[in-house]
Design a protein around this ligand. Structure first.
Ligand SMILES: [Zn+2]
Length: 228
């Protein structure tokens, strides 16, 4: 391939995939791959693979799976989805979540439940990233999406709080939006940091009689670093 045709090919790719001109993991000018990552980020991401993991302590969650440890390219992808609105990233992110989920085989899970966003924040951001991930994951796992939870209190953003404040912040923040008695549910979020959000959701679901609550997230940050 001559330099000219190479340049033309690259320009054509940029027309087809304009947002792929920048690596979603590190913002560098990068090549174009299925995961929207440069070679370095793809290798780094592979090192961060988690799969099946112990559920957050005292969370009432019956099984958990995380695709990657948060930080590095995993953090970059989350931020691009959440704050830059690169919604198509939800596809590769959900694929990674489906692979992690396959390792825990949540017994009899009937539907995916996204961690809800308060209506006010939803209006500000325009979409709920957890709902988008849930929809994509549901498609891959052949499970319907069930918006079983509502956020009834608009809590300060978790990212700005200490661990202790996070737990207090979420008390009573979630309520049932649909009956869940006897159902086995798969809770979906982008990141699990202290597990406070997942625990708050699981508590509301279990109080509503859910038979089991599993958790799957794109990233897990168990050391509290690199908060989003
Ligand atoms: Zn990169």
């Amino acid at each position: 391939m001559t330099e000219k045709t190479e340049r033309l090919g690259l320009a054509a790719l940029k027309l087809v995939y304009p947002t792929r001109a920048v690596c979603m993991g590190c913002d560098s000018q990068a090549g174009f791959d299925r995961e929207w990552l440069c070679d370095d980020c793809r290798m780094e991401l592979a090192k961060r693979w988690v799969g099946a993991a112990p559920p957050p302590k005292d969370s009432g969650i019956d099984g958990a799976a995380f695709a990657y440890l948060y930080g590095g390219p995993a953090g970059g992808m989350v931020r691009q989805l959440k704050y830059q609105g690169v919604r198509r990233l939800a596809d590769p992110m959900a694929r990674a979540m489906a692979s992690a989920l396959a390792l825990i085989q949540p017994t009899g899970a009937e539907c995916v439940v996204p961690v809800p966003m308060h209506p006010k924040r939803l209006r500000q951001r325009g979409f709920n990233h957890a709902a988008l991930l849930a929809e994509k994951l549901g498609g891959l796992a052949s499970l319907p999406v069930c918006e079983a939870l509502a956020r009834v209190r608009n809590t300060p953003q978790q990212a700005r709080l200490s661990d202790e404040e996070r737990l207090k912040n979420l008390t009573g923040a979630f309520a049932l939006a649909q009956p869940v008695a006897g159902r086995r549910l798969l809770l979906v979020d982008d990141v699990c940091t202290t597990g406070a959000t997942a625990a708050g959701c699981a508590q509301a679901l279990k109080e509503g009689g859910a038979a089991a609550v599993y958790l799957v997230c794109f990233a897990a940050a168990n050391n509290g670093e690199d908060r989003v």
